[in-house]
Each structure stands twice: as C-alpha cells, then as structure tokens.
Design a protein around this ligand. Sequence first.
Ligand code: NAD
Length: 309
Amino acid sequence: MKVAIIGVGSVGSAVATAVKNTGLVHEIVLFDRDGVRARAAAEDLGHAASFGFDVKISAANNYRTIRGSDIVIIAAGANQKPGQTRTDLLQNNADVIRDIIPRVMANVDPKRVILIIVTNPLDVMVMLAQKLSSLPPARVIGTGTMLDSARLRTILARGLAVSPQSIHSYVLGEHGDSSVIDWSGITIGGLSIEDFCRQMKVPLSATTRSAIENHVRNAAYEIIRGRGATWDGIGAAVADLLKCIVNDEHRILTVSIVAGTGANVLAMSLPRVVGANGVVATLNPKMSPAESAALRRSGKIIQKNFSRL
Ligand code: NAD
C-alpha cells in the first residue's frame, strides 16, 4: 500500500505519523510546494520509522514520484488563524486544490485511486476536488465531521462516565460552524440518550445540551487559540479512515462525499459505510424536524460557498 500526502505542514506531518503508525502501509511519499519542508519531514519521520513499522518514507521533488499511490491525502493549504472561520479560507484554498488535483490525476490510476481531502473549508474542497478529478464521488472522501463526531463522543463519554466505545453519536452536515448534532440518533448501550440518562440518574438539561453543542463547535477555535493550529485529532481521524479503507471494514463514519445531481449537488457529512472501494452506502439519519431543518440549512451554506468559486 503506497500513500502520498500532499501538503506537509502541521496537519500533513501529523497525518504522516498517524498513517505510519497504523502499520498498514509500506510506502509514504510526502509532497509540499516547499521542498525543503517536505525533505525535512521525510527525514524526521524516517528516523521515527526505525523505532517501529518499517515504512519507506521519502520526499517527492515532483508529482511523478507519487505514481503507484493507492491513496492520496490532500492536506495542503492555508489554515485558520485565530479569529478566522474555515470559510475565510475559501478562495485561497480553492486555488490550492485547483493547482494540486490535475497534477495528482496525471500521475495516479483513476480506476482505483482514492483521494482523502482534509483541506478546509472541507465540504466545498471535496466538491471542487471531485469535479476536477472526475473520479466517482465514492472515491473522493472528505474527513468531514469525523473529528467533530469524535469530539462529541469524547465529551459525552466524560460527562456520562461511560466509555466512548459504547456511544454511537454523530455530528452531521458541514465541517464548520453550521454542523448539526443528531441528538435523536444517539444511542448508548442500545438506549436513546434520554433513556440512558434516566436510568443512570444523570440530568440532561437543555442548558447542558447547548453547552455540549458549543463545546463541539468551538473546539477547533479553542485549540487554535492555544497552540496555533490543530493537528493531532485530524491526524488520528485520517489514519482511522485509511484503516477502514485498507481493511475493507465497512464501518460507519461521518465522511463527506458529493451526492445529488444538478442544482442539488452537495458534499456534506452523513453516516456512511466505508470500505475498500471508498463509500459504499449512505444512511438516512434519524432526526427530529428541527434537526432535519438545521441539516438542510447547513447544506445550503455549503452550496452557497461552492457557488462563490
Ligand atoms: P500549514 O500552513 O501548517 O501547512 C500547509 C502546507 O501546505 C504548507 O507546508 C504549504 O507549503 C503547503 N501547500 C500550500 N499550497 C500548496 C500547493 N499548492 N501544493 C503543495 N503544497 C502546498 O497548515 P496546516 O495546519 O497543516 O493545515 C492544512 C489544512 O488542513 C488547512 O486547510 C486546515 O484548515 C486543514 N485542517 C482540516 C481539518 C479537518 O478536520 N478537515 C483539521 C485541521 C486542519
């Protein structure tokens, strides 16, 4: 399994480390428009590899070096500065995707390659990458709200004193400020969250829910304020997605792919079954009318941003 990572800043480096540590790949190629940075990252990661899985890690001087890649991860582009939203990155990062995708496609096998998109604003970049690559939507996969869902699961687990492994909970829609928590679909040990809280005698007030929503939605802003960028969480999310693909696990992940036709074309996160060929199915989540309306609003925001390109 050969993996190429395009963009080796904070996120690309964390992704490379996390992917290496899965032990599932034999070769990682790093490409960045800043060649010095890519070579330094490959050198550093190569030293780390000597302590664990024997992965061949190299820096690419040009796109020909990514030939033979099974999966290409796009983590290039500007990141949010304190106070910026993901949407503020729209035009800049659209240019980055326009620069990268044709070069990637000239050097991979379009019949089998899977693109994983990490660059923000995520859903719009998925739409653009899918359009430019002409790949089937199932094989242009954005990490979407995987990280937001992980944040929600962690917060609920801590608050309810139960393992995150026992919680099924999803954040859907935009990977951004309009993301929607699917409270109606949460199950813990087979119970709805309300039934679980009743049985465990843990109060779940509207104030608590709203505090959880704010925590999930503002987590990235807090991390950026504290350490300048976010990288560990997304590195782990990408490695988890890659593991699901390589092992053909058919796990349900909240990833973002393009769906719909004509004026309804849209990429946003829904619960999707992921395997060796990418996304194999999308589930219709159980939502209240208010949650469904919020999801539709979120979709409209993504479409509006895409139309600005
Ligand atoms: P960074 O500034 O540390 O690194 C970006 C890298 O991209 C730089 O090394 C730069 O040289 C490279 N680059 C820029 N344009 C390029 C091009 N045309 N070709 C090749 N390389 C190019 O930024 P970062 O913190 O690593 O963030 C990268 C992206 O990931 C941002 O868009 C950020 O918002 C996004 N991100 C997404 C998630 C998510 O959940 N999807 C989470 C965190 C960050």
